[in-house]
Design a protein around this ligand. Structure first.
Ligand code: C5P
Length: 288
């Protein structure tokens, strides 16, 4: 038996950090958006014992430290059933360590595929609760669409979709460690916060201008100086005609939001002269 599913990447339309929690995580308030850029995840029963993960990207972990394998293990643990022997293949298109939930979306695709084949009566809440054990962004990736994510990311409220627009996504060639960036938040106080309520109202009014003006990620505020290229990319996307531009998640990927497809694609072509990881995308809807 085999089945496959797309694993959509995400962008943060907004990202706010409300405070540190006793469990070491942070309370967040984020408007998350699925986009058309995706990996293809396929699942096959295997005759070889255990769970193996293969990918077109040879550097990804192939065993139980891959988030896709962790998702399968968590799924069968929740069902209180032994984990079957599985081959998971990930055809990767979303850049890794990018702030786009690439790994989390692969884990979420595995959960959706397993529910379909092994527990079709499992409710959305139960699947999302399993997802929360796998990683903070996995519940959103299970659900997809346009969602307000609070708590660690697992308290979700569906929002109206992002109105039609075009997204030019640029990932510079350096990683930013998520825990390190959270540590910066501890040591420095945040100067500004996104207007999350205004963002929600702009989505309700389908006001693309209002949404664009409220793109904001507090991590940009605490970005160490060595990552100033992120700000340069933002500036270039704005110069190339973006209505607004922002870093997504803990970076380093930056996206520009465009009203017009041609302008977005011309911006992508220009950015490709400097960066090898440049993508054109559109908003994607819910997955379940
Ligand atoms: O849950 P996940 O494995 O994606 O989180 C990666 C790291 O990011 C955590 O170990 C933690 O340091 C940090 N984090 C946090 N607060 C969150 C989400 C992640 O501090 N809400």
């Amino acid at each position: 038996m085999g089945a496959s599913a797309p694993a959509y990447a995400k962008l943060n339309l907004s990202l706010d950090i409300l405070g540190k929690r006793p469990d070491g995580y942070h309370d967040m308030r984020m408007v998350m958006q699925s986009i058309s850029l995706c990996d293809d995840v396929s699942l096959h029963d295997s005759t070889v014992p255990g769970i193996r993960v293969s990918s077109n990207m040879s550097f990804l972990p192939s065993g139980s430290d891959n988030i896709a394998a962790k998702a399968a293990i968590a799924f069968f643990k929740a069902l209180d059933k032994p984990c079957p022997d599985l081959d998971i293949h990930i055809e990767k298109h979303t850049p890794v360590c990018a702030g786009m939930a690439g790994g989390s979306s692969d884990g979420a695709a595995v959960l959706r595929l397993l529910r379909e084949s092994r527990a079709p009566h499992m409710g959305r809440e139960e699947l999302e609760a399993i997802a929360a054990q796998v990683g903070s962004d996995v519940p959103f990736c299970v659900r997809g669409g346009t969602v307000l994510c609070e708590g660690r990311g697992e308290l979700m409220t569906d929002l109206p979709p992002l109105p039609p627009c075009w997204l030019t996504v640029v990932k510079p060639d350096f990683p930013i460690s998520t825990p390190e960036l959270f540590a910066q938040v501890r040591t420095r106080s945040l100067r500004c916060h996104p207007d999350t309520q205004g963002m929600i109202e702009a989505l309700q009014a389908q006001d693309l201008d209002g949404i664009a003006h409220r793109l904001y990620n507090v991590f940009e505020d605490v970005l160490p100086r060595q990552y100033r290229e992120v700000m340069e990319i933002k500036h270039r996307l704005l110069t190339l005609g973006a209505m607004a531009a922002s870093m997504t998640g803990s970076g380093p990927t930056v996206f520009g939001l465009f009203e017009d497809r041609d302008t977005a694609e011309e911006a992508a072509d220009t950015m490709k002269k400097t960066y090898s990881a440049v993508f054109s995308a559109t908003p994607a809807g819910p997955s379940v």
